[in-house]
Design a protein around this ligand. Structure first.
Ligand code: SAH
Ligand code: SF4
Length: 351
């Protein structure tokens, strides 16, 4: 076995140079994925957690160059679900057996603390774990959302290269993005972050540094995805992110953060038809089936070619559990909070 893969499986640590070596090395990919799959089985088991995704508004005040929801995109039809519609989708998520809902949107200021906390209280009564993914907010707002029942928060750093971040996310501050993540951590959320793979100008070294950042933050969830160029954005002619590189990233993240919850994301399947299953066998343990209904699915166009836009949420549920069972795994029945296994780290530290 490659000595770096063996080291990663045993100690859950690699240096930047070792990460770069493995990220560049396509010939190690199967071995790397197999090691990540063993670590996944050992630390988080065979259960796959399904998180029902509700895309409740595509209105956004930000202007990220890669994203179809960016405020300067005049071609997209905007929508914002009413509170009762969101609540109804959350009820349906319970009906599909999901234990968590992920409430995701553009940065839409209509969803004030007052509106969000009212909604969170109602959804909490359904017995669901709640993940928010609604962008950058103040410490006080994050605090209020937590008090109202939010358990987790997803905020991708997108890239840890400050220059690249500043280019890709005009008008946003890299420092503030990091502050938001640390604030979420301080407030006791389960924190999820991640990066885009294939941003123009991004290097392998920068991706290695992204993984080290996830480790430094000791993030509970890591959601990454390849860039899918969107024709209605300034990155229309950019190249797609590479699937193999995305897979090696997932595997390395599992090896370095053995207890983390790692989704096989929809964007991956836009590149490679069987991607979610391949990624579930390369370190991932979470899938986020879409609960959004009808035309809203199509309108939530972060990137083109999004899979399953014509499917109903019930079809998504059925299709995912079939796929999961086909690889000898099962749909987990618990809420799927991160398991903290301190012994694992202390044992690794002795090696
Ligand atoms: N507004 C929130 C949540 C919605 S965007 C936020 O930005 O945090 C969710 C994620 O979609 C982003 O973090 C980004 O990484 C991803 N995304 C946006 N455009 C994309 C594209 N063209 N290809 C792949 N992923 C994209
Ligand atoms: Fe808005 Fe998020 Fe898209 Fe950026 S990535 S434009 S913040 S929806």
């Amino acid at each position: 076995m490659d000595k770096y893969i063996e080291k990663a499986e045993r100690t859950h640590n690699l240096t930047e140079a070792e990460l770069i070596f493995l990220l560049q090395n396509q010939s190690c990919e199967e071995e790397l994925a197999a090691a990540a799959d063993r670590v996944r089985a050992k630390y988080v088991g065979n259960g796959v957690h399904l998180r029902g995704l509700i895309e409740f508004s595509n209105i956004c005040r930000q202007d990220c160059l890669y994203c179809g929801l960016r405020r300067d995109n005049k071609k997209i039809e905007r929508y914002r679900l009413q509170e009762n519609e969101i609540l109804e989708l959350a009820r349906k998520a319970v009906g599909y057996g999901y234990k968590t809902v992920v409430l995701q949107s553009g940065e839409d200021s209509h969803f004030s603390v007052e509106v969000m906390t009212r909604l969170l209280h109602k959804i909490k009564l359904l017995g669901l774990a709640i993940t928010l993914s609604i962008g950058e907010r103040s410490f006080a707002e994050y605090k209020a959302f937590k008090a109202a029942g939010a358990d987790r928060y997803l905020l991708r750093i997108e890239t840890t290269n400050k220059n690249l971040y500043t280019q890709m996310d005009p008008g946003m501050s890299f420092e503030n993005r990091k502050t938001c993540l640390w604030n979420l951590r301080k407030l006791g959320y389960e924190v999820g972050t991640g990066c885009l793979i294939g941003l123009p100008g991004q290097t392998i070294q920068s991706l290695a540094q992204d993984i080290l950042f996830f480790k430094e933050l000791d993030t509970d969830m890591v959601g990454i995805g390849p860039l899918i160029p969107n024709g209605d954005t300034p990155l229309a002619t950019a190249a797609k992110g590479d699937f193999g590189l995305t897979r090696r990233m997932v595997a390395l993240i599992r090896l370095l953060l053995p207890e983390a919850n790692i989704p096989a994301t929809t964007a991956m399947e836009t590149l490679e038809p069987n991607a979610r299953i391949i990624i579930l066998q390369s370190g991932a343990n979470v899938v986020m089936p879409n609960v959004t209904e009808g035309d809203y699915r199509r309108k939530y166009a972060l990137y083109p070619g999004k899979i399953c836009v014509a499917d109903t949420p019930a079809q998504c549920r059925c299709c995912m559990s079939g796929k999961i069972n086909s690889i000898g795994r099962y749909v987990a029945k618990t809420k799927g909070f991160r398991r903290h296994l301190p012994a694992a780290y202390s044992q690794a530290a002795k090696c």
